[in-house]
Design a protein around this ligand. Structure first.
Ligand code: DGT
Ligand code: MG
Length: 372
């Protein structure tokens, strides 16, 4: 049997870091990666970070392969495949499925936590708390008067039907036009950039993510509150959670990955009229003529734009590996705000994403190749 494919095999020299791989949406190993991601998610639910990341890393590596894996021999020598992952893959090749994965999929706890965490504002901790109280369905939660829901969760339940459905590219584009028009009233110099999954070329997303910037120091102050006010006065604001900027250059960079950055941002639910979406006719007579859509807006200072853009374009796994690569291979700290070289004790400046890749000594990876 071959040791690691033929000498000219494209599978040689696959990096352990997602930021050194090109991962398009064309995943040739979906059967394997779906299975591994179920296990990762299950570990996430029990907040077992190590095993969770292990399975996520393995799935991410397999997504980058240019061809389907056909046998266990194919993947010999590839990085990110621990013994547990290898056992799952072996099971799938030998039996058509992994008993470990099947077990999780039929597990009541996994199924329940999956439903609970599908609600906007409900994370693994809250889901677990409800599960322990014996609750098993969303209906039970909304009808249980002893459960206290926060503002975000109330909105999550209220608009569940709409926001649990995927957002299409056409809908994302319609949202962009709305935000663009409103932000243009604040300043004619505002630029609006789609980030997240849509920037990576996805056809559908769970929300629409945007970066808004205004050239000139401090010119973005007040931008998002103004946008929110406008949405409200147009009657299309269903929910908003505005977070004032806590960005402080003197306290950079953060020592580890933070779930949240410090830029001015807001998490919204907006009412998107069907007539505003290209290719969609307003439903006549029966049904509503609008859909609730989750929208995230982030407004970094313009000199932080490249870092914010790189940080908000994802995928999450790509971001994790960029930071890990910077830290372990370059002795640098990267986050959504800045890149810091610990060897020279200096901040490295960047106007574009390309600048950041150059600082890190990485080949540039296009957004559509970051679907790790
Ligand atoms: P989707 O919306 O399900 O199609 O997938 P994405 O990739 O658009 O994921 P999403 O919308 O949760 O987040 C967009 C990217 O922004 C993702 O790679 C994570 C990244 N990100 C960077 N900083 C932050 C932050 O402070 N909060 C959140 N939620 N995401 C952040
Ligand atoms: Mg998104």
């Amino acid at each position: 049997k071959p040791e690691a494919g033929p000498p000219d095999s494209p599978w040689l020299n696959v990096s352990q870091y997602a930021c050194q791989r090109r991962t398009t949406l064309n995943n040739r190993n979906k059967i394997l990666t779906d299975a591994l991601e179920v296990l990762a998610e299950n570990y996430e639910f029990i907040e077992s970070i190590g095993p969770c990341l292990g399975f996520r890393r393995a799935a991410s590596m397999l997504k980058s392969l240019p061809a389907p894996v056909r046998s266990i021999n194919d993947i010999e020598g590839l990085p990110c495949l621990g013994p547990e992952t290898m056992a799952v893959i072996q099971d799938i090749f030998e039996c058509g499925s992994s008993s470990k994965v099947e077990e999780v999929l039929t597990d009541e706890r996994y199924q329940t936590l999956k439903i609970f965490t599908s609600v906007f504002g409900v994370g693994p901790k809250t889901a677990e708390k409800w599960y322990r109280r014996g609750l098993r369905s969303l209906e039970q939660i909304v009808s249980d008067s002893s459960i206290h829901l926060n503002k975000m969760q109330i909105a999550g339940f209220k608009h569940y039907e709409d926001i649990s459905k995927p957002v299409s590219k056409a809908e994302a584009e319609a949202v962009r036009r709305i935000i663009e028009e409103i932000a243009g009233c604040f300043s004619p110099d505002v630029t609006i950039t789609v980030t997240g999954g849509f920037r990576r070329g996805k056809e559908f997303g769970h929300d629409v993510d945007f970066l808004l910037t205004v050239p000139g120091p401090g010119k973005e102050d007040g931008l998002l509150p103004a946008v929110i006010d406008h949405l409200r006065s147009q009657g299309i604001l269903l929910y908003s959670d505005f977070q004032e900027s806590t960005f402080d250059l003197t306290r950079l960079p953060c020592r580890r990955f933070e779930a949240m950055d410090h830029f001015q941002k807001c998490f919204l639910i907006v009412k998107l009229k069907k007539e505003q979406v290209v290719g969609q006719q307003a439903e006549q007579r029966c049904g509503r003529d609008w859909k609730a859509v989750r929208v995230d807006l982030v407004a970094p200072p313009v000199e932080r734009y490249a870092f914010a853009l790189l940080g908000w374009s994802g995928s999450t796994q790509f971001e994790r590996d960029l930071r890990r690569f910077a830290r372990l291979e370059r002795n640098m700290l990267l986050d959504n705000h800045a890149l810091f070289d610990k060897t020279t004790n200096t901040f490295l400046q960047a106007k574009t994403e390309e600048d950041i890749f150059i600082h890190l000594g990485l080949d540039y990876i296009e957004p559509w190749q970051r679907n790790a």
